[in-house]
Design a protein. Structure first.
Lengths: 246, 69
C-alpha cells in the first residue's frame, strides 16, 4: 500500500493539477456537453434579448449610457472572471448592450433616416454569408489566420483607446473619424476585421461541440458571437454614417 | 423600399443562421491538419489520460533516505 500511496492519492499522474483536469473532463455526462443546436438556440435567445433592450433604448434614449457601461462591465466579468457563469451574465449583457444600441441608433436615425435598418440588414447579411463560407469550407481558419485577426483586433482596440484618452485633452486621431477617403478606408478595414472575427467564433463553437466541451460553453460561445455582432453593427453604422455625410 | 429590402435581408439572414448554424461543418473544413487548437492545454491533458501514452507504467518505489547517507 505504501509503495503506491502517491498513485492512490493523486491518481495515475502525480501532478494534482492534471488530476483535477481529468476529473473535470470525465465527470460531465453526454447530456451535459456542448452541442451546435444549443449554441445556436442560445445565440437566438441573446439576440431576442438584445432586440428587446434595443426597443427600450429606442423609446428611452437616456438608457443608452447606463446600458453601454453596464454591458461593458458585464462583458469584462464574463470574459475574465467567470466564463462558466456565462449563462447568468450573457443574457444581461445582451439586454444592456441592446439598450445602448437602441439609443445610438435613435441618434443616427435623427441625422440619417433609414440608416438603422440598413446597418441591421448588413450585419445579419454578413453573419449569414460568412456562416455559409465557414460551413462549406470556403474560409479555413488556421492558427496564422487567428494570429492575424487577433493582432489586427488588438491594434484597433489600442488605437480606439488612445483616441479615447486623447479626446479628454481636446485632441484625437482625426483620420479614423473623418469622412474622407482615408477615414472610410479605415472603417472598411475595421468592418472586415470585425466580420472575420465571426469566423473565429464559428470555429470556436464548432470545435467545442466536436470535442464535447461542458454545456456552459454554449452560453460562452453565444456570448462571444454576440460581442462580435455588436461590434460589427456599430462599425457598419459608423461606416454608413461616414458615407451618408459626404 | 429601403426598409422593406433590408428588413427582408435581416429575416432571411436570421433564418439561414438558425438553420445552417445547426448543421455540422463540411469535411473539407473539419478534417484539416492546420485547424486552430482551441484550449490546447486542457484538451492535451484529457487526451493524455485517454490514450495513456504519456503515462510511465511501472511500480513506485519508496525512497530510502538512509541509503543515500
Amino acid at each position: 500500500m505504501s509503495k503506491h500511496s502517491a498513485l492512490n492519492t493523486f491518481g495515475r499522474s502525480g501532478n494534482p493539477a492534471f488530476t483535477r483536469n481529468f476529473e473535470n473532463a470525465e465527470t460531465f455526462s453526454q447530456t451535459e456537453r456542448m452541442t451546435l443546436d444549443g449554441a445556436v438556440n442560445k445565440t437566438a435567445i441573446l439576440l431576442a434579448l438584445c432586440f428587446g433592450g434595443a426597443f427600450a433604448g429606442w423609446n428611452v434614449p437616456a438608457l443608452m449610457v447606463p446600458g453601454a457601461i453596464i454591458g461593458f462591465v458585464l462583458a469584462l466579468v464574463t470574459i475574465f472572471r467567470s466564463p462558466a457563469k456565462a449563462g447568468s451574465t450573457a443574457p444581461f449583457y445582451a439586454a444592456f448592450q441592446g439598450m445602448a444600441l437602441g439609443g445610438i441608433t435613435v441618434f443616427a436615425e435623427m441625422q440619417y433616416p433609414g440608416i438603422g435598418i440598413q446597418a441591421i440588414g448588413l450585419t445579419f447579411g454578413i453573419l449569414a454569408s460568412l456562416l455559409f463560407c465557414y460551413k462549406s469550407g470556403i474560409i479555413k481558419p488556421t492558427e496564422n489566420f487567428r494570429l492575424m485577426i487577433f493582432s489586427a483586433t488588438m491594434g484597433i482596440a489600442l488605437l480606439y483607446f488612445v483616441s479615447f484618452i486623447m479626446s479628454f485633452f481636446g485632441s484625437g486621431i482625426g483620420f479614423i473619424h473623418s469622412n474622407g477617403l482615408f477615414g472610410i478606408g479605415f472603417s472598411v478595414f475595421v468592418v472586415g476585421i470585425a466580420a472575420l472575427n465571426l469566423v473565429l467564433d464559428f470555429d470556436f463553437i464548432e470545435d467545442g461541440a466536436d470535442k464535447g466541451l461542458p454545456k456552459y460553453m454554449e452560453w460562452y460561445g453565444a456570448f462571444s458571437l454576440m460581442v462580435t455582432l455588436v461590434w460589427l453593427y456599430l462599425e457598419i453604422l459608423r461606416l454608413l454614417m461616414k458615407l451618408r455625410s459626404r | 423600399m429601403n426598409a422593406v429590402f433590408f428588413g427582408i435581408l435581416t429575416i432571411l439572414s436570421l433564418f439561414i443562421f438558425m438553420n445552417l448554424g445547426k448543421i455540422k461543418a463540411s469535411k473539407k473544413q473539419m478534417d484539416r491538419d492546420d485547424r486552430i487548437n482551441w484550449g490546447s492545454k486542457r484538451r492535451s491533458n484529457v487526451q493524455q489520460n485517454r490514450d495513456g501514452s504519456k503515462i510511465i507504467e511501472g511500480s513506485a518505489e519508496e525512497v530510502d533516505d538512509s541509503a543515500q547517507k
